[in-house]
Structure formats: structure tokens, C-alpha cells
Design a protein around this ligand. Structure first.
Ligand code: FMN
Length: 394
């Protein structure tokens, strides 16, 4: 089973991570991981930090001559911005006075972190709660993504809405998606197409409305959120299980997605909209065609009873608007216990396109774990052979 651990402060020396449980003999290069890191840094609406950092991973252990060893794989991403923060983020005590952060930003971990960990400097909270952590999470997840990809399981995402700029109805996007998902590259094709747009949107008209909204928000010192969709193709029937709550793969996927900074809602398929419909409008009928079982719709989003059903997996996630506003909200100076304006830390205005890339990657360890649980294997050869012989797609 895969185990992942990340560490690192946003402006510290580096982000580090370990992934353990990857079978041996899987081809893996830093370049493969870097591609996901690059994608995470794109998107209209990002702030100044992304101009400083060009994230590149170094593989420190667990890989030899381009192939995994079956041993723990450790990664490092150096923070280029650290050179501007050496004193503020020094590991050793420093003699000079470092200005403390004492005003909490609403919507951040600032206030709760200060009281939970008993700090007089909110900098200690900001540094770890920051979404900079997602760089390492994406890097580790990309290793799991490679394992899935080698088995033909492909992942992709696109941005469904930013602010109120959205597709006018489901049909207008579904027809486009169906065409892409049916191609050789499966769900990865969704990302290939989405990545051509600066807001990762598949429709040019909707994309230009999204850009306009971000421009307007930026001008007025405000921020925006939105909805992203993740798709996975090539999944066999039977990953996850209904027999115990913690083995249900929908629960595990929701945890992975919800733990991404600023994600506040997760749906499998159109979970919330389906809640308002009749059962006859929602459930995917089971039909026979030439003695084969077929489904003409996929409203369940590829999961029934917490188990993959052979249909493309479809997960939606809602991101709240970025919490740091250039037109600050009201807050409190916690050193003086007096009203104050929230601090303006360098920030994105909208990070929905990047959140889609993060979401796409964090589902990979969940699915790779389920694959390893069902098919097993210490080496990639063993896993591939078992998968080819035993995977049932319906
Ligand atoms: C890719 C990505 C980039 C983000 N960039 C920022 C940012 O620049 N400024 C900001 O205030 N919040 C940003 N966030 C969101 C915050 O990290 C998040 O809202 C905060 O840590 C509080 O956690 P919570 O929203 O999950 O409760 C970003 C989130 C993601 C996924």
C-alpha cells in the first residue's frame, strides 16, 4: 500500500516528501513529475510567487537508472524564494528582531493556528497552511499517477466555472467531454485540451467570460473561486468496497479532494443536483446488448456502493474565493486586541485552474492504492500481468 508524507514551509529552504510502497521496475524520471509541477503553476489569476518559483523536483532516493527500486522514493523541491527569507525562516535562532505577524486573515488558518499551537507570530501558521504544500503533494501524487498510467488508467480535469462564468447547461459540456473521453488517451485528453486555455476551460466563449470576471475582481481588490471536474478512465469494475465504511472509495476520494486548500464541496457526478430530481431521472439503467451489460448514462459518476463500476469516474469540487483580499476585510490585531484591517500577503486572485491540476493528481494515490490492494505485486511486471489477466471492465 502507498504511504505519502510531505513536509516544508512555504518560504523555508525546501519542500520534501516521501512515497513508500511503489512497486519496483517502474520507469520514473524527474521530468515526468516536473510536467505536473509546471501545470500546477499555470493559470490566469495567479500572483507574484509563481513568477519567482519554477518548481523542479529532485529525486533523492528509491530510483536507480530510471527505474523504481521498490524502496521509499524521496523528493525535494527547493524554494527559490528562500533567498529572500533566510533570516525570517532560519532554522537556528537569529539575533536581529523579526517582525511578527499579529493580524489574522479571515478564511485562513491564521486565527485557529495561533490559538491551537500557542504562537505569538502568525507567520508560523501561514508557512505550513499555505497551498505551497500542494507542490509536494502533486509531486508525490504524480508518482502514483505514473503507476496508473502504465496500466492504462488516465486522469484529466477541466474548469467548469469561475465566479458566475459557467456553461449554460450540462448538455453543452457533456457532448464535448464524451468525444474526448472516447479517444485513445481517455481522460488525459481532457487535460490536454483544457491546458490550451489560460483558465483551463474547454469552451472559448466561457473561457473569455472567466477571464473577464477575474480581471474585474482583480481591479476591485477582490478574489474568485469556482468549480473543477476530474475524470478518470480505464478503471476496472471492483476497486474499493462496500463492506466497511473506510474502504468505500467515494469516501477516500472525497477526503483527498476536500483536503486541498480552499476546496469546500465535493460531489461524485452531479451529487447535489441529483438530490432534487426523481430517481427515474438519476439512476443509470442496466441494459443487455449482445449479451453484454451496458449503461447508456453515467449519472452515478462511475461509482456504486463505494466501488468503481467500469464507467469513467467523475468528481466535482468547489473552490471558495481566495481568502487574501487586496481590499482587506475586517479583522483584529491580536497583539493589542484592537480592530484592524486584515493583512495583505502576496496572493493569487483566482487559483481555480491550478486547483484543478492539484485535484487531478491527488486522486491518483487513492486509486493506485485500490489497484494495489486488488491486484497486488512487488514489481511493475507482476502488477501489469495480474491487471491484464484479472481486470474486468464489464
Ligand atoms: C493552488 C492553490 C493556490 C492558492 N493560493 C492562494 C493564495 O495565493 N492566497 C490565498 O489567500 N489563498 C490561496 N489558496 C487557498 C488557501 O491556501 C486556503 O484557503 C487556506 O490555506 C485556508 O484553508 P481552507 O480554505 O482549506 O480552510 C490557494 C489554494 C490552492 C489550492
Amino acid at each position: 500500500m502507498l504511504r505519502l508524507l510531505t513536509a516544508g514551509e512555504s518560504h523555508g529552504r525546501a519542500l520534501v516528501g516521501i512515497i513508500e510502497g511503489v512497486p519496483s521496475n517502474m520507469e520514473l524520471s524527474a521530468g515526468y513529475i516536473d510536467r505536473q509541477l509546471f501545470r500546477r503553476q499555470q493559470g490566469y489569476g495567479r500572483g507574484g510567487r509563481m513568477k519567482i518559483e519554477t518548481d523542479k523536483v529532485e529525486i533523492l532516493t528509491g530510483v536507480r537508472h530510471g527505474k523504481t527500486l521498490g524502496s521509499p522514493i524521496s523528493l525535494v523541491i527547493w524554494n527559490r524564494d528562500f533567498e529572500n527569507w533566510e533570516d525570517k525562516m532560519a532554522v537556528e535562532a537569529v539575533l536581529k528582531e523579526i517582525e511578527k505577524v499579529v493580524i489574522a486573515r479571515p478564511g485562513h488558518a491564521d486565527l485557529v493556528g495561533k490559538y491551537k499551537y500557542f504562537f505569538d507570530d502568525i507567520r508560523n501558521v501561514i508557512e505550513r497552511a499555505s497551498a505551497r504544500e500542494t507542490a509536494m503533494r502533486v509531486a508525490l501524487s504524480a508518482v502514483a499517477r505514473k503507476l496508473l498510467s502504465d496500466l492504462g488508467i488516465k486522469i484529466g480535469s477541466h474548469v467548469f466555472s469561475i465566479g458566475t462564468a459557467s456553461y449554460k447547461d450540462r448538455d453543452s459540456i457533456d457532448s464535448v467531454l464524451l468525444g474526448i473521453l472516447g479517444r485513445k488517451n481517455g481522460a488525459e485528453g481532457v487535460s490536454d485540451e483544457a491546458d490550451k486555455s489560460e483558465v483551463r476551460c474547454l469552451d472559448e466563449n466561457v473561457a473569455s467570460k472567466m477571464v473577464q470576471q477575474i480581471k474585474r475582481a482583480k481591479k476591485s481588490g477582490d478574489t474568485l473561486g469556482g468549480v473543477v471536474e476530474v475524470y478518470v478512465t480505464g478503471l476496472p469494475i471492483g476497486l474499493g468496497s462496500y463492506v466497511e465504511f473506510d474502504r468505500k472509495i467515494d469516501g477516500q476520494l472525497a477526503q483527498a479532494m476536500m483536503s486541498i486548500q480552499a476546496i469546500k464541496g465535493v460531489e461524485i457526478g452531479e451529487g447535489f443536483e441529483n438530490a432534487g430530481k426523481f430517481g427515474s431521472e438519476v439512476h443509470d439503467e442496466i441494459l443487455l446488448r449482445n449479451r453484454k451489460i451496458v449503461r447508456l448514462t453515467n449519472r452515478a459518476g462511475g461509482l456504486e456502493g463505494g466501488v468503481t463500476n467500469g464507467q469513467p469516474l467523475w468528481i466535482r469540487a468547489a473552490m471558495k474565493p481566495i481568502s487574501t483580499l487586496m481590499k482587506p476585510l475586517r479583522s483584529v490585531d491580536l497583539s493589542k486586541m484592537k480592530p484592524a484591517e486584515a493583512r495583505r500577503e502576496r496572493s493569487d486572485f483566482c487559483a481555480v485552474p491550478a486547483a484543478g491540476v492539484v485535484a487531478e493528481n491527488v486522486v491518483a494515490p487513492v486509486l493506485a492504492n485500490a489497484v494495489l490492494e486488488k491486484f497486488g505485486g512487488d514489481s511493475m511486471g507482476e502488477l501489469k500481468q495480474r491487471f491484464a489477466q484479472e481486470a474486468f471492465f464489464g
